[in-house]
Design a protein around this ligand. Structure first.
Ligand code: 13P
Length: 262
């Protein structure tokens, strides 16, 4: 049975309340139209900024489109000015949370150990963590891509829950740093090489059954024009979409590209 796919819109720090309302409604309508023909082979998750989560949740009432946070704290509550906890995300209707995005790693100093602790917190709160990995351009040029990916992935291993059935309830997103927001996406071959490597790592450390269930997304300059070639790769289970998720028609066209895979 093919793995269920996942297409996620990461809106980053964009959007007034009016913008969030209009875009969530338009995506919700578009997804509902597509579901009239057949159940979708993928889930759709929108990650507006924190200030938009509440209104996005209201706009998506009755929709299968789900909500995610763009980050969350490792702490439960307390004196952590500016932080948002996993339980707060649950409270506002989130099912998912993006962790370890390269913008958090490079601009806000997040490291592998802290990301693993955030992952533990997300599991504890019943959120599905979408954890980002990826190499910089200099790491790729130096031929270190797979070493970087291995190091980042191994740091996450201790954060996985003990319970067998929960160990596949998370998502990996391969986002080469040099492809994010640059208009320069990795080639389908480069993407499959890394996704295949990640799948093999999952297989070696977690066993074949769990490895076959974990979704691996690609992110970095995905557009309606390149999405089908990327999604057609064997170990690509969907996308983490930045800029192209800020317009309903381009985001829906990317979802359509995923539907073409089946
Ligand atoms: P772009 O699609 O804008 O390159 O962003 C990708 C990304 O960072 C998604 O998390």
């Amino acid at each position: 049975m093919p793995r269920r796919g996942l297409v996620v819109g990461n809106w980053k720090m964009n959007g007034s309340i009016a913008f969030v309302q209009a875009l969530t409604q338009a995506v919700g309508r578009g997804v509902a139209e597509r579901e009239r023909d057949r159940p979708l082979p993928c889930d759709v998750v929108l990650c507006p900024p924190f200030t938009g989560l509440s209104v996005a949740g209201q706009s998506l009432t009755g929709s299968t489109v789900r909500l995610g946070g763009q980050n969350s704290s490792e702490a439960v509550s307390g004196p952590f000015t500016g932080e948002i906890s996993g339980s707060m995300l649950r409270d506002v209707g989130c099912s998912h949370v993006i962790l370890g995005h390269s913008e958090r790693r490079t601009l806000f100093g997040e490291g592998d150990a802290g990301i693993a602790r955030k992952m533990v917190a997300a599991f504890r709160e019943g959120l599905v963590p979408i954890v980002c990995l990826g190499e910089t351009l200099s790491e790729r040029t130096a031929g270190h891509t797979l070493d970087v990916i291995r190091t980042q992935w191994l740091a996450l291993c201790p954060a996985l829950p003990e319970e067998e059935e929960k160990r596949s309830h998370w998502v990996l997103a391969y986002e080469p740093v040099w492809a994010i927001g640059t208009g320069r996406h990795a080639t389908p071959e480069q993407i499959q090489a890394v996704h295949g490597f990640i799948r093999q790592q999952l297989n070696d450390h977690l066993g074949a059954t769990i490895a076959s269930r974990i979704q691996i997304l690609y992110g970095g300059s995905v557009t309606p024009d390149n999405a089908l070639a990327i999604f057609s790769q064997r170990d690509v289970d969907g996308g983490l979409i930045g800029g192209a998720s800020l317009k309903a028609d381009t985001f829906l066209a990317i979802i359509d590209a995923y539907l073409e895979k089946f």
